[in-house]
Ligand binder design. Structure first.
Ligand SMILES: [Zn+2]
Length: 105
């Protein structure tokens, strides 16, 4: 058994667990339901965790985690236009520099 991932956010832990499971990597969740009815923030050692049943899977699991995190970052891209601070041009959200004056966002 090897602890692979832990996060305060139970949703993220479950997401990591499900991508590993989908990839056929034997794993399990610990402390998933530790945040009980009290609603208190769990102690550090009681965070939900994903454990690999076999540490040999770790490189593969890390690879999948990287992909997941890249996907999550991609979702952070705002979906609205932004206005250039220099020339006030409106730019599409996917651009990081102003198409008009090339000022960085
Ligand atoms: Zn501009």
């Amino acid at each position: 058994m090897k602890r692979f991932y832990k996060d305060f956010n139970q949703f993220k832990v479950r997401q990591v667990y499900s991508i590993l499971e989908d990839a056929g990597i034997p794993c399990t969740i610990k402390n998933e339901f530790i945040q009980g009815a009290s609603g208190e923030i769990p102690h550090h050692e009681a965070l939900p965790e994903v454990w690999l049943l076999d540490a040999d899977w770790e490189p593969k699991a890390k690879e999948l985690l990287n992909i997941l995190e890249e996907d999550t970052k991609a979702l952070d891209v705002p979906d609205s236009q932004w206005q250039c601070q220099r020339c006030n041009e409106s730019n599409e959200p996917q651009f990081r520099i102003c198409w008009q004056c090339q000022t960085a966002r």
